[in-house]
Design a protein around this ligand. Structure first.
Ligand SMILES: C[S@@+](CC[C@H](N)C(=O)[O-])C[C@H]1O[C@@H](n2cnc3c(N)ncnc32)[C@H](O)[C@@H]1O
Length: 225
């Protein structure tokens, strides 16, 4: 599915989020904090926006953008050919990296798409250095409040319609709606971060509570075996 929508992904993102999506990615990069000259990983990098912002914000850092969709990686490579970023194919369920290597790991809109969020969070914890930071951007099921009918309407009809008109793929964007409604609440996701071993876990919501950014830190000392 991601291979099929790679070409229209960026336009669709801008329209669907009313131009807000880059602001959230900048917040991700800010929460990741400066890695100095260390290595950082943007998982499920897609067309590369978070990886590029990391590179531009922290020019000393060495940045890897990784994804399992080759078409997405191809778009990323084309868009950011002038930036020194390592693009690498990889599956978030089994990261092809050694333990304790990254200063920070970021990912946008990944966890909603995997079968087992905890497994991925444990993989991220494994590859982070002690003291390293994780930051996750994703959609969140909307809260039950007076705005819920409007938010539901937008997700159920507005987004699939835009998907049909812009990406010519209503099914992919109906999937976005379904996977958002079925995803962990922000509170439950924070609990999974703690279960995976992270401390200092927090989150903030955006866009009428439909977007969540979670963060956490790996303990300074390696966990006892
Ligand atoms: C909605 S896109 C997000 C792209 C980008 N992070 C952003 O901020 O726009 C989700 C990406 O996750 C990738 N993805 C989904 N499951 C994955 C997995 N198990 N391992 C690696 N990448 C995955 C898809 O290929 C797709 O590029």
């Amino acid at each position: 599915m991601f291979d099929a929508i790679a070409g229209s992904y960026d336009l669709m993102n801008r329209v669907m989020t009313l131009g807000q999506d880059q602001r959230w990615r900048r917040f991700v990069v800010q929460k990741a904090q400066s890695p100095g000259e260390g290595w950082v990983l943007d998982l499920a990098t897609g067309t590369g926006d978070i990886a590029a912002l990391m590179r531009q914000s922290y020019p000393q850092a060495r940045v890897i953008g990784s994804d399992f969709s080759r078409n997405m990686l191809e778009e990323a490579r084309k868009r950011f050919s002038s930036l020194h970023i390592h693009w690498q194919a990889g599956d978030a369920n089994a990261l092809p990296f050694a333990d304790n290597v990254f200063e920070s790991v970021t990912f946008g809109y990944l966890l909603r798409n995997v079968d087992d969020s905890l497994r991925v969070l444990r993989e991220v914890h494994r590859v982070l250095k002690p003291g390293g930071r994780v930051v996750c951007l994703d959609t969140t099921p909307p809260a039950r409040n007076a705005l819920l009918p409007f938010v539901r309407f937008y997700f159920r009809f507005g987004i699939p319609l835009m998907g049909r008109l812009i990406a010519r793929d209503a099914a992919a964007y109906s999937y976005l709606t379904g996977s958002t409604m079925d995803f962990h609440t922000a509170e439950d996701l924070a609990a999974l971060f703690r279960q995976a071993g992270f401390s200092e876990v927090g989150f903030r919501k955006f866009m009428l509570g439909t977007i969540g950014i979670h963060w956490g830190k790996k303990h300074e000392q390696p966990d006892p075996a």
